[in-house]
Ligand binder design. Structure first.
Ligand SMILES: NC(=O)c1ccc[n+]([C@@H]2O[C@H](COP(=O)([O-])OP(=O)(O)OC[C@H]3O[C@@H](n4cnc5c(N)ncnc54)[C@H](OP(=O)(O)O)[C@@H]3O)[C@@H](O)[C@H]2O)c1
Length: 280
């Protein structure tokens, strides 16, 4: 058994599970059932967003699972259209109402949308919401080093989390270094590489054969050994279980390096460059 921790401590002293569950695009009754299944299979961190339009379903799944509220970390995100201070605060209150929660465990700014130049206001709203107790932990998503520097400089508050695209074709070496220096947890979206998952790539397939696990488990294990928190989505019960069962083996440093070497400059899944991507 490896010594990789099953929980991670954020820079505000709170803890989160080492692996979370991505909830996009789970919606409706099927979505609720998939999320109840995920909770029954052991997930204790649900990643949603206003723009996933499934916060009601996430809240319903949490209640239906019967798992005590305090055992599950629920994370949501403020969309680009609500970056003004008052709108961002209202967005958080509306998310809490849809989720049926008094407090959001983690709230992020979904994208910086630098063309609007309003993300510092959204960050101020998160700082205020944390002081008021509406949100426990605050962070960002898809922020570059420059976006991080600006909000930290203007507010004096460092985000607990930056959730970024991270998978073997886009290993985010520079952002992971920045996060380590600032004490920010790297969360990985599309951790498998979604439709472009590198399951057949030799470094992944070979490690799977060596350790007697699936390629998906190798990729999630790679995330953990990089110090990142992956947020895999699966509507399939067996995959949900496999994706949590990654604490019983350890990749060698060479295996980790070979998977990281799959990275390439054009490895993003879509043109999601935070300096130019607009998502409202
Ligand atoms: N902050 C952001 O801007 C942002 C952007 C994108 C995503 N996200 C978050 O990140 C989460 C995950 O991202 P994602 O859904 O794009 O990508 P992903 O988790 O990398 O991939 C999900 C896909 O992989 C399949 N899969 C999962 N586990 C597998 C396994 N062990 N073996 C084979 N296939 C497997 C799933 O299929 P089945 O469901 O059919 O099993 C699904 O089609 C989202 O749900 C969302 O919460 C955030």
């Amino acid at each position: 058994m490896s010594s990789t921790p099953t929980t991670l401590t954020l820079n505000d002293g709170t803890t989160v599970p080492a692996i979370g569950f991505g909830t996009y695009p789970l919606k409706g009754e099927d979505g609720i059932e998939a999320m109840v299944g995920a909770l029954e299979n052991g997930y204790r961190h649900l990643d949603t967003a206003v723009n996933y339009e499934n916060e009601t379903e996430v809240g319903e799944a949490l209640r239906r699972s019967g798992i005590p509220r305090e055992e599950v970390v629920v994370a949501t995100k403020i969309p680009g259209r609500f970056h003004e201070l008052d709108l961002a605060l209202q967005s958080l209150r509306d998310s809490a109402a849809r989720l049926g929660l008094e407090q959001l465990d983690l709230a992020l700014i979904h994208w910086p949308n630098p063309s609007r130049d309003l993300y510092p206001q959204a960050w101020q709203a998160l700082v205020q919401a944390q002081q008021e107790g509406l949100v426990r932990s605050i962070g960002v998503s898809n922020f570059t080093e420059a976006h991080l520097a600006r909000i930290i400089d203007e507010s004096g508050v460092t985000p607990a989390v930056n959730q970024v695209e991270l998978h073997p074709y886009f290993p985010q070496e520079q952002m992971r270094t920045v996060h380590a220096e600032l004490g920010i947890l790297t969360q990985a979206w599309s951790p498998m590489g979604k439709r472009n998952a590198p399951f057949a790539e030799p470094p992944v397939a070979d490690a799977a054969a060596t350790h007697g696990v699936t390629p998906g488990q190798v990729i999630l294990r790679w995330h953990l050994q990089l110090g990142a928190m992956p947020l895999p989505k699966s509507a399939t019960a067996s995959r949900q279980r496999d994706n949590l069962d990654v604490f019983g083996f350890e990749l060698t440093d060479d295996e980790v390096a070979a998977i990281t070497a799959l990275g390439r400059p054009d490895g993003r899944l879509f043109d999601g460059d935070p300096d130019t991507h607009e998502e409202m």
